[in-house]
Design a binder for this molecule. Structure first.
Ligand code: HOC
Length: 381
């Protein structure tokens, strides 16, 4: 078993253990993947101001996100088909997040259902919603999330159309995977994954199959998606969802200051600056590059969170320095999950916590709530 000391180690192990179709699904962006790469590259360009001889005792990473206490300012992002990275993946990741004291966000496009997560956790989790034309289906999803005592709704606005991901098309992505000769040969090299999948009944879209008509696998899901994702979505719908939900609302997919102002007007409690992990509009800014103008526009009225490209605690603190109140990890936790299941997600969270804590200390701070752009070298962000 290799020694795991950083997120890249988890990625390498996940690539060995997860069938190509699902590893590629997680680890790719749309079209040329330029935005996907920029999400990480723009973090790497930012440099810290190191401080010395500052008392570094009694450090804390504790803060709040939408009023809820978090052990560190990091939440698990909603990611589609998580239960294909590892059997029962969403349950395992939710458990790891709960033990760590950070929010877990379940995607509408998850394999395990809202009810599965509620049955296997004891603290509230967050639910992510896409807006579909079938409004009674949306209302039912919201009611299911309420019944499961979800404590925030994350409403994604940037996936009404799907960015083309070449690898998914070439791999014939489906859940469960189609048993073609190349898929069988590839899966034969992933015995842990196969054993896990044989031991679970959760192999398709738990929130949708049996709740929306005619959805059984990825191709019927794609057909349903292209016809169900509402291209006429407007801010009026966001207000309607806010009313149906009645609780904390976080709007995800904001990359523009004008949209951030509209999100505030629609009654959101927080926004997530996000380009969907570089999976939607290739050629868009990286999330970290888009963050400052959005914080400037609405940061005094609403919590601004961000996701995209976070592969270390150093990336987390850079986002906080530019005004994010909280951050989300997607691929980082998926690598942990694919590599080692629940233990891998816990490992990912420990790695990020340690890097965040030590970097904060090197920058001369002891309280994560005090992080601001003074920890960065001007001209590098
Ligand atoms: C066919 C529809 O967030 C992603 C997910 C959403 C999946 C929708 C799939 O892949 O970016």
């Amino acid at each position: 078993m290799p020694v795991i000391t950083n997120i890249e180690d988890l990625r390498v192990l996940a690539q060995k253990r997860v069938p190509r179709m699902f590893y590629d699904y997680a680890d790719s962006g749309s079209w040329t993947e330029s935005t996907y790469r920029a999400n990480s590259e723009d973090f790497a360009r930012m440099k810290f101001r190191q401080r010395v001889a500052v008392n570094m005792e009694n450090r804390t990473l504790k803060t709040t996100m939408v009023g809820q206490e978090v052990h560190m300012p990091v939440a698990i992002a909603p990611t589609g088909l998580t239960g294909m990275q590892h059997a029962d993946g969403e349950i395992l990741a939710a458990r790891a997040a709960e033990k760590f004291g950070i929010p877990f966000t379940l995607s509408t496009m998850s394999i395990c259902s809202i009810e599965d997560i509620a049955a296997h956790t004891s603290k509230p989790f967050w639910f992510q919603l896409y807006v579909m034309k079938d409004r009674p289906f949306i209302e039912r999803l919201i009611e299911r999330a309420k019944a499961a005592k979800c404590s925030a709704l994350v409403l994604t606005l940037d996936l009404q159309i799907l960015g083309q991901r070449h690898k998914d098309l070439k791999n014939g992505l489906s859940a469960p995977p189609k048993l073609t000769i190349p898929n069988i040969l590839n899966m034969m090299g992933k015995p842990r994954w196969c054993m896990g999948m044989l031991g679970t009944r959760r192999r398709s879209f738990g929130n949708i199959v049996g709740h929306a008509s005619d959805v059984s696998d990825m191709s019927s899901l794609s057909a349903w998606t292209s016809q169900q994702f509402d291209l006429a979505l407007s801010w009026k719908d966001v207000e309607w969802i806010k009313k149906c939900w009645g609780g904390k609302l976080i709007i995800k997919g904001i990359m523009d200051a004008e949209d951030a102002r509209l999100a505030v007007a629609s009654g959101a409690d927080a926004i997530i600056v996000s380009n969907h992990g570089g999976r939607q509009l290739d050629g868009a800014l990286s999330s970290i590059a888009a963050l400052p103008s959005i914080v400037e526009a609405v940061g005094d009225q609403i919590e601004v969170h961000m996701d995209g490209g976070i592969r270390s605690g150093q990336d987390v603190i850079k986002a906080l320095a530019l005004g994010a109140k909280g951050t989300y990890i997607g691929r980082s936790f998926l690598y942990g999950l694919g590599a080692m299941g629940e233990e891998g997600v816990s490992k990912c969270l420990e790695i990020i916590e340690r890097e965040l804590d030590l970097t904060m200390a090197f920058c001369g701070l002891t309280d994560v709530k005090k992080v601001d752009r003074k920890i960065l070298i001007p001209g590098t962000y």
